[in-house]
Design a protein around this ligand. Structure first.
Ligand SMILES: O=C(CO)[C@@H](O)[C@H](O)COP(=O)(O)O
Length: 229
């Protein structure tokens, strides 16, 4: 694709604004240090291939503006922008290409979630907040190299089998998905929170499991009843 199709101009520019603003949420919620995390959003294309908006690689969060965002196709190729896309672009693109309902993807190296990833251990579902947001444990994905779509394969393989919008990629850190970028950022915030709480609970003793029937009803209530509809 040579450039953003004219029909997608407005949608791409709006996504750039949202994605730039969402990057500011990562340091605000203390999910990243330096430049170590990224947010993207899908731009649906009713007449052809969808696009994604993501940050350029290695840019400080305070320098991230809508104008600085880059646009890629779902093979990870640069479509618009004058900087190299995030090193995780191929992973984000693979998720969009293989999970049609996903509209936002986030990656961080938030401390507690990444500590669980370093151990290759799923976070057990021992909190109502986990049942609400994740519908069960937060699963672990395989080790995968950075830079191609290997991480994307690991994310898709793992999350297809799970209700969780978060996966702990082994030895790496959390990747989260959502219907849009904001939902994926929320999942990243919640993932770090439950990783921290369950870690602390384990320092105190053995956390108590929640019965599957209760997990199911908590998940259903939070996903379908909680909040404003
Ligand atoms: O996980 C990694 C590298 O280990 C990346 O997520 C970086 O931490 C952020 O990369 P850019 O998005 O700035 O390329």
């Amino acid at each position: 694709m040579t450039g953003v199709p004219a029909a997608l101009r407005t949608a791409v520019d709006a996504a750039k604004e949202r994605v730039a603003a969402l990057h500011a949420e990562l340091p605000r919620w203390e999910l990243v240090v330096w430049t170590a995390g990224n947010v993207s959003e899908r731009v649906p294309n009713p007449d052809g291939e969808d696009l994604l908006v993501i940050k350029p690689s290695g840019v400080a969060y305070e320098d991230i503006t809508a104008e600085a965002m880059v646009v890629c196709d779902l093979a990870g190729n640069l479509v618009e922008g004058d900087r190299s896309p995030s090193s995780d672009t191929a992973a984000h693109a693979y998720v969009y290409a293989n999970m049609p309902d996903v509209g936002g993807v986030v990656h961080t190296h938030s401390t507690y979630a990444t500590a669980w990833a370093a151990r290759g251990e799923e976070i057990p579902c021992v909190l109502t907040m986990m049942a609400d947001e994740f519908g069960g444990p937060v699963p672990v994905g395989p080790f995968a190299v950075i830079g191609d779509d290997s991480i994307g394969h690991g994310i898709v393989e793992t999350l297809r089998e799970s209700r969780s919008p978060a996966v702990l990629m082994r030895n790496h850190g959390p990747f989260t998905i959502g219907k849009d970028g904001r939902s994926a950022v929320k999942a990243a915030v919640m993932c770090e929170e439950v990783a921290r709480t369950v870690h602390i609970a384990r320092q105190l003793g053995q956390p108590l499991p929640i019965e599957q029937s209760h997990i199911d009803s908590l998940y259903d209530r939070y996903q379908n009843v909680y909040g404003q509809h």
